[in-house]
Each structure stands twice: as C-alpha cells, then as structure tokens.
Design a protein around this ligand. Structure first.
Ligand SMILES: *[C@@H]1O[C@H](CO)[C@@H](O)[C@H](O)[C@H]1NC(C)=O
Ligand SMILES: *[C@@H]1O[C@H](CO)[C@@H](O)[C@H](O)[C@H]1NC(C)=O
Length: 147
C-alpha cells in the first residue's frame, strides 16, 4: 500500500483543523467539519442554506476555498453571479441552483470535479444589514473508478 500525496494532504488538513479547534480551546471533540465525498470527473453539491429576510432582500453569498488565491469560487451579489474575483480554476465549473436560491438554498454545484478541488470550502452569507454568517465543510475527492 502506498500513501498518496492526497492522503497525506488529507491528514495534514485534519491535523490543521484539529489544531485550530484545540487552539480555540474548543472542548467539543466531535466538532469536525462536515465531509462531502465525491469522485474526480463527477459533479458535487456543497450544501448551504440561509433565511431570506422578510423584506425579501437577497444577501451576498460568497463561496471560497481555503488556501486558494484568489480564494473565491463563486460570488453571488445583487441577484447575479459576479465574476471579477473568481478563481480561474473554477471558471464554468461552479453554479448555484437558481430556482432554489429564492427559497434560501444557496448550495454550490461544482462540475467536472478535479483532485485539486479537494479542501475546505466556506459559504459566507452577508445580509444587507451587515450580518455575516459562515459555514465550512471539507470536500474529499477520490480517484475516479473508471481510471
Ligand atoms: C439582519 O438581518 C437578518 C436576516 O433577516 C436577521 O436575522 C438579523 O437579526 C439582522 N441583524 C440586525 C443587526 O439587524
Ligand atoms: C438545494 O438544492 C439542491 C439542488 O436542487 C438539492 O439537491 C438540495 O437538497 C437542496 N437543499 C435543501 C436544503 O433544500
């Protein structure tokens, strides 16, 4: 059995997360990130939802990936996708489910998943009144079964 670079990287991430939790003095041992597992070449949905304010104002939704520069993989602002800050590696590969957005479902679809997509993603919601809320999750990408 050989240990691949990606396995090493995964372990590194895990230690990093554990380290962050313990350095914050978090005693909640089960408080690991939600993991989403997929295969290279497929599509995946990273879940995120929010509460639409009573006045119907759509918040800004910023999906980012930890360690990526620029780190934005999808930015939704004023009711539209905004491309200016998007990382080129995710060009044409990320989208929201536009029919679901008005219900507060801002889950991100990544298509044609690459091994390099593996990592920690953050869904950041910025309400018009300035309230910010973030959710993080870890994407784990396995080798495609057909390779
Ligand atoms: C901002 O709006 C959100 C969504 O409607 C609400 O939950 C929150 O309490 C508001 N915060 C402030 C500071 O008004
Ligand atoms: C959000 O939409 C996606 C795509 O339709 C769906 O798979 C997912 O279950 C939805 N999430 C919620 C919380 O409704």
């Amino acid at each position: 059995m050989k240990v691949t670079f990606y396995q090493l990287e995964m372990y590194f991430c895990l230690y990093f997360v554990l380290g962050m939790l313990s350095s914050k003095g978090c005693s909640c041992a089960n408080h690991l990130l939600e993991q989403i597992v997929t295969f290279a070449g497929g599509n995946v949905i990273l879940p995120c939802s929010l509460k639409i304010p009573d006045n119907g104002d759509m918040p800004t939704v910023e999906w980012s990936k930890e360690g990526l520069k620029p780190n934005v993989v999808f930015l939704y602002r004023n009711g539209f996708e905004t491309f200016e800050m998007k990382n080129p590696a995710f060009e044409f590969r990320t989208s929201l489910f536009m029919r679901e957005v008005k219900n507060g479902n801002v889950s991100l679809r990544i298509s044609n998943v690459r091994i390099s997509d593996e990592g920690i993603y953050q869904c950041l919601i910025i309400q018009r009144n300035g309230t910010r809320e973030a959710k993080e999750m870890q994407l784990v990408v396995g080798m495609s079964a057909s390779v």
